[in-house]
Design a protein around this ligand. Structure first.
Ligand code: SF4
Length: 71
């Protein structure tokens, strides 16, 4: 985990078959911690376990990363 929050639609663990998932898409989260929970998330969801989805430009995805919201 890191101190930045990223959106599921640009995350490698978002199990959408789409090459460019949208905010409203739903898919399982395959993050090693979350997958034990059989968690289904939307493209607009996110967390600090975010990692860049293969095939996306890092600069574009990085511009969407946000500081982690206060708990
Ligand atoms: S919940 Fe976190 S780890 Fe899972 S797809 Fe979304 S950003 Fe990635």
């Amino acid at each position: 985990m890191n101190d930045r929050w990223g959106p599921c639609r640009t995350c490698r663990y978002f199990a959408s078959p789409s090459n460019a998932p949208e905010d409203e898409d739903r898919a399982r989260c395959l993050h090693p911690v979350h997958s034990r929970l059989d968690l289904v998330v939307t493209g607009a969801s996110g967390c600090t376990g975010w990692e860049l989805r293969p095939g996306l430009a890092r600069e574009q995805a990085e511009s969407e990363l946000q500081e982690q919201p206060p708990a």
